[in-house]
Design a protein. Structure first.
Lengths: 265, 172
């Protein structure tokens, strides 16, 4: 016992280092791409208020009120459009302002000035003028944390064209205007400039929203599949206002998939 | 008493400025990240125990992580930098060792000593941070490039900051 104590005293710096690294790395791994819990919600609330204040100072000379009105009007019109089209999952839309956004790391994120009191929940999708931007992963009372398409830790379900194959979209870091669609069947017909749309399968957005377009580059062969480079539609460096899409009937669908998984052998 | 306030003011003011105003001070498409809180860590007294350095670094890192919602990235990198600090201090020590009155600043140790120490410590921090943040082997070359660019440019900026504040003090 005494030897063990001596050993701990002798190597206490290394021990403290390992403990701190353990805490930091567990925190790091556990917080990328998923909901992050109460502590982050508090931090988000505090940080959101500060960012909002900074953002207000920056905006003093801009046509801010007009932007807000247009944003609200866009959200209403979009909801009516989807309702008129009779989409399978209707969504409600809230306008929100991006008060913080990063685009130069591989785990980029955004903070929005709307939270649970405005009906925002984790899993809601983000749009910029009908273009897919990302999804909400955490929401405090007044603010929400969202991960954009340009976050390399998450994958997105997309469709090539309106009736093409469904594949997965991954942003690999670096250029914020480019991403890659993986697992596209070799037989799928497409050409540069074709639209890449949301599949709607993940439940964050309605199907058929613009994600990007096929880039004018040769796809990479990967066995039976192609990896196709695309140009993203949203301009992540200039995003200021977004619409938050909250699917209606989400809980009913989740309930169905839950009961299905419980009954399956 | 005044000296102690000045010493710890030098350590904490950069952290406060970083959290409030310079969280996203990244230039050239992310190739130059300015971690102002790291300047505070590097200004910890030369006589600080390795344990104190680790604890302060963990505290600074976790505060920045909490503010930027980065989840452990800055804490992990700052702790590694703190672990390397005593070794770097020994490496750059004068032949007769440090005086009790020596401070890790430009005015006390000279531009060359501060710049080399700063470059070494920032390189350790940034290699770990950008490497961890890259998360994939194919992004590592880019992460190394970013780390070296950021370390070099931040070293220049930190030297400049300390030179400017030294001049202001002596002018009074």
């Amino acid at each position: 016992m005494r030897n063990l104590w001596n050993l701990l005293v002798q190597y206490h710096i290394a021990l403290v280092f390992v403990i701190f690294q353990g805490i930091a790395l567990t925190w790091f791994v556990g917080s990328h791409g998923y909901s992050r819990g109460k502590w982050v919600q508090r931090s988000l609330e505090w940080q959101g208020k500060w960012d909002q204040r900074i953002s207000q100072w920056n905006r003093l000379t801009e046509l801010d009120d007009l932007n807000r009105e247009l944003l609200a009007e866009n959200a209403t019109l979009r909801a009516e459009l989807h309702s008129a089209r009779g989409d399978a999952i209707h969504s409600t839309y809230h306008g929100a302002e991006v008060i913080r956004s990063t685009w130069n790391s591989t785990s980029n994120q955004m903070v929005l000035n709307k939270g649970t009191t405005h009906g925002v929940k984790p899993g809601n999708g983000l749009l910029q003028n009908n273009r897919v931007v990302g999804r909400v992963v955490e929401a405090s009372e007044n603010y929400a944390l969202a991960l954009p398409l340009i976050n390399s830790s998450i994958e997105w379900s997309v469709r090539i064209g309106s009736s093409g194959p469904v594949a997965r979209l991954v942003w690999e870091g670096g250029d914020v205007t480019r991403a890659t669609v993986y697992d596209v069947p070799r037989s799928a017909p497409f050409s540069p400039g074709d639209s890449v749309l949301s599949s709607g399968f993940q439940g964050y957005f309605p199907a058929g929203l613009l994600v990007g377009s096929i880039a004018d580059e040769a796809p990479e062969f990967d066995g039976q599949f192609l990896n196709v480079p695309i140009t993203l539609a949203a301009d992540f460096r200039a995003i200021r206002y977004v619409q938050i899409a909250a699917p209606i009937g989400e809980s009913e669908i989740n309930g169905l998939s839950h009961s299905d998984s419980q009954q399956s052998p | 008493m005044n000296n102690q306030v000045l010493t710890y003011g030098r350590v904490f003011v950069p952290l406060v400025l970083h959290v409030l105003f310079f969280q996203y001070a990244a230039f050239a498409s992310g190739w130059w990240f300015v971690g102002l809180h790291l300047l505070g860590l590097m200004l910890m007294p030369l006589q600080s125990s390795p344990l104190l350095l680790l604890v302060v670094a963990a505290g600074f890192g976790s505060i920045v992580d909490t503010a930027t919602l980065e989840g452990g990235l800055f804490m992990s990198s700052a702790v590694l930098m703190a672990l390397a600090t005593p070794a770097v201090n020994r490496l750059l020590a004068p032949r007769e060792g440090y005086e009790v009155t020596d401070q890790p600043t430009v005015s006390s140790m000279g531009v060359q000593w501060f710049a080399i120490r700063c470059l070494l410590l920032l390189t350790v921090h940034h290699l770990w941070m950008f490497g961890l943040e890259a998360g994939r082997w194919d992004l590592f070359p880019r992460a190394i490039g970013k780390a070296l660019t950021s370390s070099t440019l931040s070293t220049g900026a930190f030297v400049l900051v300390l030179l400017l504040t030294r001049r202001q003090r002596s002018a009074r």
